[in-house]
Design a protein around this ligand. Sequence first.
Ligand SMILES: [Zn+2]
Length: 216
Amino acid sequence: MHDQSPSSSRQQPQPAQTGAESRVRDRVRQIATDLGQTAIREVLFVDGNSFMARYDTRHDTLTFQRGWMDAAGGPESDAVTWTIHHELGHRGDKNASTVAWMTGLAVLVVIPVAALVWGLWRSISDAVKNDFVFETDTLLPAVASILIGVAIVAPLRWLLEFRADDFAADRLGDADGLGAAFDATPSTIGRRTGTPTHPPVRTRLGRQRRRHPRAA
Ligand SMILES: [Zn+2]
């Protein structure tokens, strides 16, 4: 068990410290080798149980939450096995991840900033003729472009999650670990509706159960 210190949400992820953490790290390295991937740079741990694990493409690190790993049943559990495969699925899906990242940069940063500059430029050129009045309309193009951007990026991010789930289910032959992984996560945020980055839990489970029907 792990103490949840109040500062846990901001703490720095650390390398494996306990026997269980070393076993997870060794399992990640072994599964990566089995999948034909290169050795992952680092497997890290952080307190808490709000998510399962997170793969960081830029630093090539995989971070697990200690509280979640305990709730999931430890390093050898189905949930941890599933999660390692899912995250390494993301790791192997580099081209699709890059497309999603570049699209996100364009539609959530570049276009909104351009819309904001355009809106401000219009207000300022109006102000040359009249008194400068900051109209909320100035922000409308930027706000609208962010909303449209989320509508473009969310399906791409959902697709990446489905692809990582498909990869794990196809390697493991079933989706039991996915259900177990969700059961160990108390957070209900996005469970029914999904979030901009993750499809609803029910949709993800339903998809894998259709792809891998249980033998009767
Ligand atoms: Zn994922």
